[in-house]
Design a protein around this ligand. Sequence first.
Ligand code: ATP
Ligand code: MG
Length: 270
Amino acid sequence: MATFGSFRVRARLLGRGQVSLYRVFAIASRSAPLLHLDAIDLAIEERSILREISIATDARRVAVLGRNGSGKTTLARVVAGLQRPNSGIVQIAGVDVARDRRGALGAVGILFQNPDHQIIFPTVEEELAFGLAQMGLPKTEVVERVRTVLARFGKSEWQYAAIHQLSQGQRQLVCLMAILAMAPEVIVLDEPFAGLDIPTAMHLARVLDAVEGTLVHITHDPRMILDYEHAVWIEGGAVQMQGPAARVAQAFEAAMRELGARDDLTDLSG
Ligand SMILES: Nc1ncnc2c1ncn2[C@@H]1O[C@H](COP(=O)(O)OP(=O)(O)OP(=O)(O)O)[C@@H](O)[C@H]1O
Ligand SMILES: [Mg+2]
């Protein structure tokens, strides 16, 4: 896997078509699936939050559906290696993300629902450079990648901007650019469309469509993910159903409508 890792870095520097070929090669030569969770259990303060979660897929577009409090954000944190499960295996692109933090940077990036939970630096340039420097890239390449990602979004004028002067939607775009600059193989998006106006949401949808890598899109809205390859429905911290997204989305929506039609709201907290 070590030589394979350096191959991965070089492949990212190539054009899009070549990266696609690389992707086919990468999937074919990896023994475990790109997204590999096996029997994940997680309890916080003795309360069971995730139970026996297993996901094994090489799909490029993966959805995680679930209602409020079902465990989606906690699962996102586990996939990104930010939260270590009590038991089970989490391997993303062959990396044990909870233990190998340097390896995790190239394997998986996460876009939090609230950009203010993500941003640490006062300027856009510093924020974009941070993850790249953490990856151990030389300073010249860090600067180059920051400029490239800003130009790709037509936001070169943001380079020295103060982040607190940007709107929430704009700050979220900064967070997404920071992840894209690092080019991880998997990007986890936690409710990325919440709070965005229609043009910003449409722009983000186009940006996400163009992402070469794998997306794990967390949402409570089944209409967002109908054309995805794979979906996982989480209920009460456990997998209720998983499979082709259209089928899972339909079952999820029917169940949510049935729940929402009830007058008794005691079961709505998840
Ligand atoms: N740090 C924590 N300490 C205690 N309980 C937690 C913690 N984080 C999450 N939980 C609990 O775990 C459950 C799942 O929370 P989580 O945030 O993962 O749900 P979610 O599906 O993302 O919900 P939402 O749709 O509202 O964002 C909730 O009952 C929540 O109270
Ligand atoms: Mg959440």
